[in-house]
Every structure is written in C-alpha cells, then in structure tokens.
Design a protein around this ligand. Sequence first.
Ligand code: ADP
Ligand code: MG
Length: 257
Amino acid sequence: MSSLAIKNLRVSIEDKPILKDLSLEVKLGEIHAIMGPNGSGKSTMAYALAGHPKYEVEGGEVWMDGVNLLELAPDERARMGLFLAFQYPTAIPGISMANFLRAAVNAVKGGGKGNGNGHGQGIPIVEFRKMLTKKMDLLKIDKSFARRYLNEGFSGGEKKRAEILQMALLEPKFAILDETDSGLDIDALRVVSEGVNALTGPERGFIVITHYQRILNYIKPDFVHVMYNGQIVESGGPELAERLEEQGYDDLIKAKQ
Ligand code: ADP
Ligand code: MG
C-alpha cells in the first residue's frame, strides 16, 4: 500500500529551525487534517514537501513509493504524484486557465511540452479538452471559467476552485491543501469542499491544513493532528477537531509545555 511517510523532518528558514523532527504517515484513501495555531509550521511543512528553495531541509526523509522525495527536484515530486494547493495562489496575467492547465498536465503527466497543435509530445488539445470538460462537470464548474485568465480578478473562492480543478486534472496520489478554507465565505467553502470530496477515494491521500475546524464540517478527516512549534503534539480522530473547536488550542498547548 502506497503511503507518504514523513520521517523526522527538520526544516529551517534563514537558519531558524521551524520544523523539529516532524513525522507523519498518510496512506492512500486517508484524509489527515493538520490543525494548529498560526506560526506553528503548517505552511512550512507544505512548502518543504513541495521543494521550495527557501525552506532548508536539515534532516529527515519523505518516502513515497520507495523514493525519498527530498532527493528529487520539485517537478519530479509532482510527477511522482504529489500535489500542493497553496494558501496564496498567484495571478498569471495573460495566461488562460485552459492553457495553464494544459501546460500543467503536460508537465506532470505528459511527455514534454507539446507543440500546441496536437502533434508531437504532450496531450493533444482535443483529448485535453475532453478531460477538462469531464473534470469541470465533476466539480460543477462553469465552462466559461476555462477561458478566463489565471487568477486575474478571481475571487478568493474562484482561486481555490481553480486549484481544485488543477488537482482534478493532475490526479495526484497525495494532495496537500494549505488553508484552502481561508478567506472563503460559506458558499465558496461548500463548493471547494464538494470538489475535494469528489476527488477523494482509495487511490488518493489528502493532507488538509487548516487553522479552523470549519472546513472539517464539510471534509471529513480520518485523522486529526495538532501542530505546534514545528512538531505534531497531538493526534486523534475527528473528535479532536471538535474538542479544539470548543476549547481552543491554549489548553492543549499548555499541557504540552
Ligand atoms: P503556519 O502555516 O502554521 O501559520 P508557518 O509555517 O507559516 O506557520 O510559519 C512557521 C514559522 O516560520 C513562523 O515563526 C514564521 O514566522 C516563520 N516563517 C514562515 N515563513 C517565513 C519566511 N518566508 N521567512 C522567515 N520566516 C518565516
Ligand atoms: Mg500557514
């Protein structure tokens, strides 16, 4: 059974240790929620897994299908089936959603860049269009969305939907969503959660990073972990999220100090 196994991960930013021996294993078919106060290192974990150069890996391993992802370049990690949806997606003016998504799919799943006319390497346009339509139907996203420019003038909810659509096309084995709920109103939250739920299944594992319990009313985690000061200080089932919602982080963290 394939899993994403983070073992004793230590990460610094500008020589400041942020993650301190972080360990976590996610199996296919599982949804893990990572909660914790701001500044505890949740986004650092996501960026380090993605291979962002600012995050210096000082130690540890991240195993997936017999490969230590930390030894791979970011694009190779993506080709292995790792996907990250970031807290703050950037706008890319002048690139339509459809073109961006096709480039992403070719980079991760196809063999090379493609020459734009359906010949040579990459996924032919006609085939890509079919894929895109299928995934947009699955996620109940309006067709006009694909013609818009990437993240330009997108609402918070639309940016997140664009990321979910990207995830649907890339069909990753393991997906990490970093505060996909932040800044979303209830309707947008529901749309994003429904999208995620449409993509869950035995062939995929999820790490859902969230500060608030709210999104966990829509996405049901199998496991809940609390991160504090660069470590997982508590793990449990969905009831842990409910307890945190009622009690806040303070008591739990005090007990760990
Ligand atoms: P979380 O996502 O849990 O809120 P972060 O991973 O963003 O936490 O931050 C963890 C710690 O790393 C914080 O102390 C924060 O100040 C620091 N940090 C995060 N990103 C940077 C950065 N780009 N440069 C310097 N320090 C950073
Ligand atoms: Mg964060």
